[in-house]
Design a protein around this ligand. Structure first.
Ligand code: 5GP
Length: 132
């Protein structure tokens, strides 16, 4: 019984982190709506549905990488591209002068809720440091 319960828990975790389509994959596939402000062959950027700052954008790779531990050498260029596009996305939103913060919540203790690697772009107010 004990073993089966723990197998079930493991299966549920795997389902959450690897098997089922995440909300972000559904946004990429246009299965659910989002305010997409930038996209290209490798990344998509859209407004966070529950903004933590006046401007809160999520920038994600199209490839469903759950977290940084799942990155492979072939993702090198995509992740570089994602970071290098952040200033362009910020400029598009008029954030260059005052600045912005980029955050990756990677794993449980960091508060990662969606198992699809994403960079939060936060701006529009003075952001506290250290974060909570
Ligand atoms: P995490 O906590 O995983 O770093 O961040 C996930 C982010 O995704 C949260 O800021 C949350 O508000 C956002 N989010 C979750 N579901 C949706 C959704 O359906 N649409 C949009 N635009 N953002 C979402």
């Amino acid at each position: 019984m004990e073993v089966s319960a723990s197998n079930e828990a493991m299966a549920a975790r795997q389902d959450k982190f690897t098997m089922s389509k995440t909300i972000f994959e559904r946004i990429i596939a246009r299965e659910i709506p989002a305010n997409i402000i930038y996209e290209d062959a490798h990344i998509v950027a859209f407004m966070d549905v529950k903004p933590m700052a006046p401007t809160h954008v999520l920038i994600i790779p199209r490839k469903p990488i759950a977290r940084l531990e799942d990155v492979t050498p072939e993702d090198h260029a995509v992740l570089g591209h994602l970071l290098m596009k952040a200033p362009d996305i910020a400029a598009q939103l008029g954030l260059t002068e005052n600045g912005y913060r980029l955050v990756i919540n990677n794993g449980q203790d960091a508060g990662q809720e969606v198992p699809h690697l994403h960079v939060h772009l936060l701006a529009g107010r003075k952001l506290a440091w250290p974060p909570g």
